[in-house]
Design a protein around this ligand. Structure first.
Ligand SMILES: *[C@@H]1O[C@H](CO)[C@@H](O)[C@H](O)[C@H]1NC(C)=O
Ligand SMILES: *[C@@H]1O[C@H](CO)[C@@H](O)[C@H](O)[C@H]1NC(C)=O
Ligand SMILES: CC(=O)N[C@H]1CO[C@H](CO)[C@@H](O)[C@@H]1O
Length: 569
């Protein structure tokens, strides 16, 4: 009896050591599979008049491959990782449009583009080649937003971990064997629910009102000058669309103009006999839909009292030429007066001003410039822009390629915005105060009314860190609150208008996610490991049993128990 008991405890001991060993092994395998997690930004998904565009899926669970994937490999269960610097647009276009099957696409953007991380700022020595990169990104963006892609497409920023993963993936691709469950490699996993339509998106316009000074006994309404800029963006990755030039520049200029005129208007001696209306509009990329709604909310009297509206668009990057775009013919006396006012000031400031005329077509829903929304209501208006021709629908709308970070010195430059502000401020002031004479600069650099570069810089900074694609901006978004507060600081009365964003566009959520990267051992490797472990355990087990209970016990363990059936028969 005693001997049997001892045998039982020894058996338990053997079992225990085996279990411990297994646990250690499992832990080791887990460690080898340690995951890297990175933020990823999904390609926009939307429908235009019911036609689907963009990336139609969000969740991902596939092996990774690089552009060096073995020719002819089946990539339908594979994610292709493409660093921007290795991108060949023609190849990509052909690949996607030939409907080659793919598990997913992951674009790696240079760290320098990252706006969430201060280190992403361009250093002087990194500026080289940035222009090329910007153009490449612009092409990529235009390609992707106009395609329907039946698999998940993500953007991520390069970092040391991503670079290491990509290097490993390339190495594996070089062996000529695609990464699969049998060969191992890296697995990219994004676990998110199916994208859903953005429920009741809103469009928000913000207006600030700076009343002029009426003469004593004058019961007539004062005329109003409107300064307008569209603040929202559209781009391939909504969570990265921080447009600095396309309209970010207009917003910054508008805020600085409001600040300057609030100084003039706070003193009754310099308060003009014009009301000033500042409008920050949304829906710019969609035919200026917000502007349309904003104008329709005006009462008849206000609309009729608008002397003219000046819309600011893409004025953040230019050298020596700006354009005034109008819908009324240039011979129109009023247009002539506005244009001459601007071009006189431009000449004094040392650059050239051009005039472009483009008739509106009321039966065409397409609106190329913001001022056309005013023209449709017979309000005199013009757009000031560095662009000489209007962009296509959904083009140059402040997406990925429009980041002041890739380009701080070359593209959106403070100097260009400062000059634009001076031009508009001076032209408006001459109109308001009736100065025709040359040489008197109200907003000269040494006066108390000088344009403030640090104010401009700080707003430009905020804008270039704030994704603002209208359907993804909730009513109470901190950015909207910040704009409202800023206008409230400089104007007498601020109104915020929320409207339903309806019409031909439908947007889908899931714009940002976490990507888990696992290194997975191949099945063959797993099997081999299992075999080695198994044999080792059997040997160990046998050894322990022999040393503790003798060979006979071991043999009896493996011996088949005597068959009872035979016995009874
Ligand atoms: C105006 O737009 C409509 C609708 O797009 C088009 O059929 C018409 O030809 C246009 N008219 C002119 C003068 O361009
Ligand atoms: C813009 O707004 C109008 C209503 O004001 C709406 O009917 C139209 O569909 C909208 N357009 C787009 C492109 O969303
Ligand atoms: C958001 C927005 O208003 N985008 C506008 C920016 O400017 C371009 C022209 O440069 C317009 O086409 C966009 O609609």
């Amino acid at each position: 009896m005693g001997e049997k008991k001892a045998g039982a405890t020894q058996n338990e001991m053997v079992l225990q050591s085996v279990v411990t060993l297994l646990l250690i092994l499992v832990a080791c395998v887990e460690l080898c599979d340690a995951a890297t997690v990175v933020d990823v930004y999904r390609l926009i998904q939307y429908d235009m008049s019911g036609v689907p565009f963009g990336s139609r899926l969000a969740s991902l669970n596939h092996h990774a491959t690089s552009l060096h994937f073995p020719p002819g490999a089946d990539l339908s269960r594979t994610v292709l990782i493409i660093p921007l610097r290795d991108l060949n647009i023609t190849f990509l276009k052909d690949y996607i449009s030939e409907r080659q099957s793919l598990g997913g696409l992951l674009f790696l953007l240079p760290q320098i583009l990252s706006f969430e991380n201060g280190e992403g700022r361009a250093q002087d020595n990194q500026i080289q080649g940035k222009e090329q990169m910007k153009n490449l990104l612009a092409d990529l963006e235009q390609l992707l937003v106009h395609l329907k892609i039946p698999y998940p497409v993500y953007f991520a920023f390069e970092n040391d971990e991503m670079d290491a993963v990509l290097a490993e993936v390339k190495k594996n691709d070089a062996t000529g064997q695609p990464a699969t469950a049998t060969t191992g490699g890296y697995k990219l996993v994004v676990s998110v629910p199916e994208p859903r339509k953005v429920a009741s998106p809103t469009i928000t316009n913000i207006q600030g009102w700076l009343p002029g000074l009426k003469a004593d006994g004058d019961s007539n309404q004062l005329p109003t000058i409107a300064v307008v800029a569209s603040y929202d963006t559209f781009g391939a990755a909504p969570a990265l669309s921080v447009g600095s030039d396309s309209n970010g520049s207009g917003v910054v200029a508008l805020l600085e103009l409001a600040r300057l005129f609030s100084l003039l208007y706070s003193n009754p001696k310099t308060r003009g006999r014009y009301n000033l209306l500042f409008g920050l509009t949304s829906g710019g990329p969609y035919n200026y839909n917000g502007t349309h709604k904003w104008l329709r909310s005006f009462d008849q009297r206000l609309r009729e009292n608008i002397d003219y509206a000046i819309c600011l668009n893409s004025i953040g990057s230019w050298d020596n030429e700006l354009w005034i775009h109008v819908s009324k013919p240039p011979e129109n006396a009023y247009i002539k007066q506005i244009f001459e006012g601007f071009s006189n000031v431009a000449e004094e400031l040392g650059f050239h001003m051009g005039l472009k005329h483009k008739k509106i077509n009321v039966s065409n829903p397409r609106v190329a410039w913001e001022h056309e929304q005013f023209s449709r209501l017979r309000v005199t208006a013009a757009t000031l822009s560095a662009l000489s021709a209007p962009p296509e629908l959904l083009e140059r709308t402040g997406g990925l390629s429009d980041s002041s970070l890739i380009c701080c010195r070359h593209f959106v430059n403070e100097t260009a915005i400062i000059r634009s502000v001076k031009l508009v401020a001076e032209s408006l002031a001459r109109h308001i105060y009736g100065h025709k004479g040359k040489g008197i600069q109200i907003f000269s650099d040494d006066s108390s009314l000088a344009v403030n570069p640090s104010y401009i810089r700080s707003w430009l900074d905020l804008l270039s860190r704030t994704p603002r694609v209208a359907p993804f901006l909730p009513k109470n978004d901190p950015f909207i609150t910040a704009l409202k507060k800023e206008l409230a600081d400089h104007t007498a009365e601020v109104n915020v208008q929320h409207d339903v964003f309806e019409g031909m566009f439908t947007f889908y959520d899931s714009t940002k996610a976490s990507l888990n990267i696992y290194q997975v051992a191949s099945v063959t490797f797993d099997l081999l490991l299992l075999l080695v472990l198994g044999s080792y355990l059997i040997v160990l087990f046998s050894f322990l049993v022999i040393t503790t209970r003798g060979l006979d016990d071991l043999i009896s363990i493996f011996r088949r128990p005597p068959s009872r059936k035979v016995k009874t028969a």
